[in-house]
Design a protein around this ligand. Structure first.
Ligand code: TPP
Ligand code: MG
Length: 312
């Protein structure tokens, strides 16, 4: 399966999982889908028959609330049955809302933001000491970068010259209730990571070639960070850049039907939609003013910030 196909499947499973469970974070799942797809299709070394293989690359989804994205990637890569995705967020399920290491293929439990990079630094340092060749990949949210522990980990990685550590920041400019700039303005993430001594790149986080290229970059004794410019909710027009979809799930009716049909229109060849093979034939549609009445941006457009697009 190629990365485009996997990205689509992550999005489709994400819609189904959150719809069935009434679980949150579909916006975060859609945002990171392309990053996850490139990692699992083309970058990470793993063995699905031996998830604890000692030479595997380590992967930590530090923005663990987007667990649905890693569950879909793991299932489609063969770590467990795709059918299990339907248990997401349910009592007793291994697919908890936030990522648990009890699941095959998961190296570290996350959900409390700000801890994944520290764990990744430890794994990368251990690999160096053991003279191992595997690499450690950590995906963080941009809001997560407000956590002080991220920067403690960042300077530690530089101190130890951890060029086997690659961080990817899902830079969608939003966090749970607002734009990052309104919540706690971190300024330029590029300048910050660069100042902490990392190889620092900015790429379009939905461009698979660009992501792949930077993930394969030759290291020079320093850790690498890829600041991936993304759109929260990417792939479903009414979810894109609407903070409502951080917590809201696609409800029965037009929300689910329209999300499914939008994805159906962009389904790559060679991929099967196991839930709605032909899309939804008679979809419910929102009333003319429904999107603006009930389903409205949580924050006023007045506060929508402008950020420096040049930086991307
Ligand atoms: C330590 C901690 N504080 C608060 C939360 C609640 N929380 C869950 S998701 C989220 C926003 C995260 O934003 P970001 O890292 O930008 O991720 P995105 O959803 O935008 O990809 C917050 C604050 C948490 N999970 N952990
Ligand atoms: Mg964010």
């Amino acid at each position: 399966m190629d990365s485009k196909q996997l990205a689509w499947l992550i999005r489709r499973h994400g819609i189904e999982m959150t719809h069935l469970s009434g679980g949150s974070h579909i916006g975060a799942i859609l945002s990171v889908a392309d990053i996850m797809a490139v990692l699992y299709s083309d970058i990470l070394k793993y063995d699905t028959t031996n998830p604890k293989w000692c030479d595997r690359d380590r992967f930590i989804l530090s923005k663990g609330h987007a667990g649905g994205s890693v569950y879909a990637a793991l299932a489609e890569s063969g770590f467990f049955a795709v059918d299990e995705l339907k248990t997401h967020y349910q009592n007793g399920s291994r697919l908890s809302g936030h990522v648990s290491h009890h699941l095959p293929g998961v190296d570290f439990s996350t959900g409390s933001l700000g801890h994944g990079l520290s764990a990744g630094v430890g794994m990368a340092l251990a690999a160096k000491k053991d003279k191992k060749q595997h690499e450690v990949f950590v995906v963080l949210g941009d809001g997560e970068c407000n956590e002080g522990s991220v920067w403690e980990a960042a300077q530690t990685a530089t101190h130890f010259g951890l060029d086997n550590l690659i961080a990817i920041v899902d830079n969608n400019k939003m966090q749970s209730l607002d734009y990052c700039v309104n919540t706690l303005d971190a300024g330029s993430l590029y300048d910050k990571w660069f100042a902490f001594g990392w190889n620092t790149f900015v790429v379009n986080g939905h461009d698979h070639d660009a992501l792949r290229d930077k993930m394969n970059t030759i290291k020079n004794g320093k850790p690498t960070v890829i600041i991936a410019e993304t759109i929260k909710g990417k792939g479903v027009s009414f979810m894109e850049e609407d903070i409502l979809w951080h917590y809201r799930f696609p409800h029965d009716g037009w929300e689910y039907d329209c999300a499914v049909n939008e994805l159906h229109k962009i389904k790559p060849d060679g991929v099967q939609d196991i839930y709605t093979p032909n899309g939804i034939i008679n979809p419910k549609l929102p009333d003319a003013n429904e999107i603006n009445k009930d389903i409205h941006h949580t924050m006023s457009e007045t506060y929508k910030p402008t950020w420096n697009k040049q930086e991307a």
